[in-house]
Ligand binder design. Structure first.
Ligand code: SAM
Length: 289
């Protein structure tokens, strides 16, 4: 199939269509390098996400764009921009709230019992997107620490997309994004702008300092994280991978957990029939064997 250029009468600019060969080249790369499945039905989505980039670069065809992405020059910067455009970053504060209830009621008290005197709990938010998940964890842990002296915590938050990590580090959110955060926590942990017209809020420095952000690709052969973690959250990321890749990623993540550490998956993810060193204690909560 050859490339077709069609006129978009609404925006009055030209939209380039992606040929099947171009889609195959890109989807093979995305699968091999990022682990993300790209079946044929995703072609329209991929095309529409990348169209804007072609027009920014004033590139006329997808073939030309892909040649550029895979060129020596493109491999240093453009590939990162392309990855930012193809990843799905949907997230929320207190997403899947049962996990945070479980932390407060079960996981954190057990981790405290195991280490009586001083406990420094180490958590990894793997696939952290724009930061809502690690900041939710920081709020929950901070609250828990108030009533448990001798307890402290540190959070590592990683993602593939540099653009989304920049947003996470900034920690600035539209105020309608925090409607699900309990009122008491909003008051304590979010700063409002002095300008009443500015409808954004920012996470307080006290929480921001508890998290270090880092780029990490789950497809890397080894994960360069130094610590052994008590808790790993890897939620709503593995759904984009095939089963074999999921098993490999879970095995590598679990190798960074302490014995008996807690592992959390997203609501539609599972380890059924996988050979991984985890035992299930709730539908999406596991402990390291
Ligand atoms: C849908 S978000 C989930 C965010 C959060 N964990 C939650 O549940 O709300 C998925 C995140 O996984 C990241 N991701 C996708 N492929 C990845 C890979 N190969 N390595 C690391 N992160 C990846 C995306 O950039 C995206 O931010």
């Amino acid at each position: 199939m050859s490339e077709i250029i069609t006129s978009d009468y609404r925006n009055d600019y030209y939209k380039v269509q992606m040929a099947d060969e171009d889609f195959n080249r890109l989807s093979t790369f995305i699968y091999n390098e990022l682990g993300i499945k790209m079946p044929d039905v995703k072609k329209v989505m991929l095309q529409s996400r990348l169209q804007k980039r072609l027009s920014e670069l004033k590139i006329a065809t997808f073939k030309e764009y892909i040649d550029f992405v895979f060129s020596k020059e493109g491999k240093t910067e453009e590939i990162i921009k392309m990855i930012d455009l193809v990843t799905t970053n949907k997230t929320d504060f207190f997403r899947e709230p049962a996990h945070f209830d479980f932390l407060i009621e079960t996981a954190l008290p057990q981790l405290m019992d195991n280490n009586r005197e001083h406990t420094n709990i180490k958590i990894w938010s793997a696939g952290c997107s724009s930061g809502e998940e690690p900041y939710t964890l920081a709020m929950v842990l901070k609250e828990f620490a108030h009533s448990h002296s001798g307890m402290d915590f540190e959070i590592l938050a990683t993602d593939l997309s540099t653009k989304i990590l920049d947003k996470a580090v900034m920690a600035i959110y539209a105020d309608d994004r925090i409607t699900g955060v309990p009122y008491e926590l909003k008051k304590k942990y979010f700063l409002k702008s002095k300008d009443p017209l500015n409808k954004t809020v920012r996470i307080v420095p006290e929480l921001r300092s508890k998290i270090s952000f880092k780029r990490l690709n789950f497809m890397d052969s080894q994960y360069s994280v130094e610590k052994e973690f008590d808790i790993v959250f890897c939620r709503n990321v593995l759904i984009y991978f095939d089963r074999e890749t999921q098993q490999q990623v879970i095995t590598k993540l679990a190798s960074k957990l302490k014995p008996n550490g807690f592992f959390f998956l997203g609501h539609s993810e599972s380890i059924t029939n996988m050979n991984v060193p985890l035992r299930q204690i709730k539908p999406t909560i596991f402990r390291k064997i």
